[in-house]
Design a protein around this ligand. Structure first.
Ligand code: ACO
Length: 426
């Protein structure tokens, strides 16, 4: 059977070239241009990779037109409703949901690997008092490569899974230490009696000696609903195919660098406000808008081509329909309304922005919908998490996606990622 191809005619030379079409199991087919330069003597040009598939992957599928997201074939809505974050991690890493026994083992392993070397604590201590937790987190994860240098080697599958569990288990501890450092309060070691997400909230909130805050009404234990809310946030952030930070992780991995250094680079890429840093910016922007009566003014600024102002938490490179993660978070926000202290003033402004933007021709014609970052901030604020920690929370959720994609990348022979350029200089 002959292959399907795309034909290109160079109308300068009349030469004709054929390129193979490769079919995806779902979603758009691709044109294989790997021999394009060899055959045509030209490069392809695609700034921002808007039309480029950079790899083969079996991990995550997004249909941006339908607003669909699946990890290993399972819809995100089902994972967010019926499974917890650690089950989702297992699914991403091993390709299937765990049995009850497998989950117990994985949970046990993650709890016991959550401690970090005391020397790493010293590194965290040496940061200035007002250091942003994202900068401590990317440095701390980079430093982890020197504590586990053996993961640089081409390990067998078991060693790779150990490398993955280790980083998933330790990231919340580094993030919590960074948080407490930024507030100048003593760090709290992990409590292996607590689940992954509960332990993270515990490391943020507890007093030395593992005591929880005491008020006139008694001890403020961590509520089940708080654990469920944060766990769902982690699940919704767990992976998102070849976004900017994941592409960064794959690019660094392509040079043969240590996996934790690649994750550290991913953390840095995520920090920008066009990517994961948007969740912190959304809340700062809501504060700046200050009142529902100012919403129209800021919508006008966002629409003005001469004004750099953008509505944070709106728009997405892939979703040209509602971001399904944003839908899930909006639902979660509604469920939490009666149980947690959601900031009604911020929510009022956010609802107004959403209402106005979703009917405005500028946003409608550009398919600009609220993204995941638009809703996460209000929930994180209700969980008493301070703003500089919003992006680290994204990091904790996304680490499994980065490491899964890195492992997938290295499982088959790979080339160093090395694009070319359209040279316009002297
Ligand atoms: N506010 C106002 N206008 C916007 C916005 C926005 N948030 N986002 C896009 N636009 C406009 C652009 O000005 C452009 O208009 P034009 O065609 O008239 O020039 C058009 O929509 C297309 O925008 P691009 O920047 O080309 O879209 P791209 O796909 O490259 O960018 C991005 C996507 C970076 C997410 C962008 O929408 C944005 O900056 N959003 C705000 C930041 C944000 O919320 N980031 C989080 C993304 S989700 C995540 O990473 C988890």
């Amino acid at each position: 059977m002959s292959k399907d191809t795309v034909t290109m005619i160079n109308n300068r030379t009349e030469e004709k070239f054929e390129f193979d079409i490769l079919d995806a199991t779902r979603g758009p087919s691709v044109v294989d241009i790997s021999k394009f330069y060899k055959e045509t003597g030209m490069f392809t040009f695609d700034e921002g990779y808007t039309s480029t598939a950079s790899c083969r992957s079996k991990v995550t599928y997004i249909d941006g037109q339908q607003g669909e997201l699946r990890y290993r074939g399972i819809p995100i809505e089902e994972l967010a409703e019926n499974h917890n974050y650690l089950e989702t991690c297992f699914l991403l890493l091993r390709g299937k949901l765990p049995s009850a026994d497998e989950l117990l083992d994985f949970d046990y392993e993650i709890r016991h690997r959550s401690f970090i070397d005391e020397n790493l604590k010293q590194l965290i201590d040496s940061f200035p008092d007002n250091a942003h937790p994202m900068s401590i987190l990317s440095s701390g994860v980079s430093a982890l490569s020197s504590f586990y240098y053996e993961h640089l080697k081409n390990n067998d599958e078991e060693a790779k899974q150990e490398m993955a569990s280790r980083i998933i288990a330790k990231i919340p501890t580094v993030a919590a230490f960074a948080y407490r450092k930024s507030l100048g309060i003593p760090i709290i070691y992990p409590d292996i009696e607590r689940s992954f997400t509960e332990n993270f909230l515990y490391m943020l909130r507890a007093y030395p000696g593992g005591k929880m805050k005491r008020t006139l009404n008694g001890v403020e234990e961590i509520k089940e609903i708080e654990i469920k809310a944060l766990d769902t946030i982690f699940t919704l952030h767990a992976d998102h195919e070849q976004n900017a930070s994941t592409t960064t992780v794959r690019t660094v991995a392509s040079t043969g660098a240590h996996p934790y250094v690649a994750i550290s680079a991913g953390i840095s890429a995520l920090w920008g406000r066009a990517h994961g840093g948007a969740n912190e910016s959304v809340i700062s922007q809501l504060d700046m808008i200050g009142d529902v009566k100012n919403v129209d003014k800021y919508i006008a600024k966002a629409k003005d081509p001469n004004d750099p102002f953008r509505l944070m938490g709106f728009g997405h490179r892939v979703y040209k329909n509602f971001d399904p993660r944003a839908k899930a978070l909006k639902k979660l926000q509604d469920q939490l309304k009666n149980e947690l202290d959601l900031d009604s003033h911020l929510m009022e402004i956010a609802h107004k922005i959403e209402e106005v933007a979703l009917q405005d021709e500028y946003f409608v014609s550009r398919n600009l919908y609220p993204n995941i970052d638009f809703y996460s901030g209000v929930i994180l604020t209700a969980l008493k998490i301070n703003r500089p920690m919003f992006t680290p929370i994204f990091v904790i959720g996304r680490t499994v996606g980065w490491i899964t994609q890195l492992m997938e990348f290295r499982r088959t022979p790979y080339k160093i990622t090395r694009p070319r350029q359209l040279y316009l200089g002297k």
